[in-house]
Design a protein around this ligand. Sequence first.
Ligand SMILES: C[S@@+](CC[C@H](N)C(=O)[O-])C[C@H]1O[C@@H](n2cnc3c(N)ncnc32)[C@H](O)[C@@H]1O
Length: 261
Amino acid sequence: MSVCTSEIAVTGAEYLAAMTVRASDRRARAAFQSLAMDVAGPAATVFDFGAGPGVDARCYAEHGRRVVAYDIDPGMAAFFAEYCQDLIRDERVELHTGSYQDFLARGAFCQQRVNLVTANFAPLSLITDLRELFACFAWMTRPDGAVLASVLNPYFLGDLRYGWWWRNAYRLLRDGHYSLPGAQGNIVRRGLDDFSRQCAPHFVLQRVFAAPSAVSLSTRGYAAPTGRGLACLRLTACRFMFLLFRKPVRRSASHADGLLV
Ligand SMILES: C[S@@+](CC[C@H](N)C(=O)[O-])C[C@H]1O[C@@H](n2cnc3c(N)ncnc32)[C@H](O)[C@@H]1O
């Protein structure tokens, strides 16, 4: 069974090995994990979407968080089950796999609302329609819950050497996003405004972090008048960006209450 890292398909073990080679990937993972645990708080429940081999799930559980994880790829889930078998046995980690439609329809397999949804190393960049996914995230998170996602950065200067970047630059400006074919389907690169549109009305894009430093580019949310230009400038050095989505105040509570039985 295989999963994609970019345009190629690899097994869970190969993926894990590949993701530990580059120092920048290791730094990005450490920064994301640390940020996720800060945002979630101690003793929180974290839902890891597109959990892959279970590296983050293991880290969160070993640091006192309860983890529910989902990955669409059965091979990746099999690797996860072995990698986290002790934590699964102790009920500190719960793993789900199955079709994406089932995931959306069955409320993400969650029996209880979670504090934080995480999606590290770009699972959201593999989803064409983020609106239905954010609706699902809204259903499964507490009224003060959040989503923290690491996504592919369309503003990364390092990609300018590729023809596909130039061929799609106009589409990014015009449509706010563009797609390229990958091993598991399309890989979507979205601008910040597109994420803001896609997460509404359930969430607002509150903060943008330049990975791997995880330094917040704006303390008032990326849309602050002086924050956005600066954010885009600093983001050009990063392959990934970390996005923090929060439920809108007031509206979130009534919406989540209305959906939850
Ligand atoms: C690049 S890997 C990231 C894995 C892991 N989060 C990590 O930090 O290493 C992307 C993951 O997203 C999963 N994925 C892709 N489409 C998905 C979907 N529709 N629902 C859930 N997981 C999905 C893939 O199977 C893969 O494990």
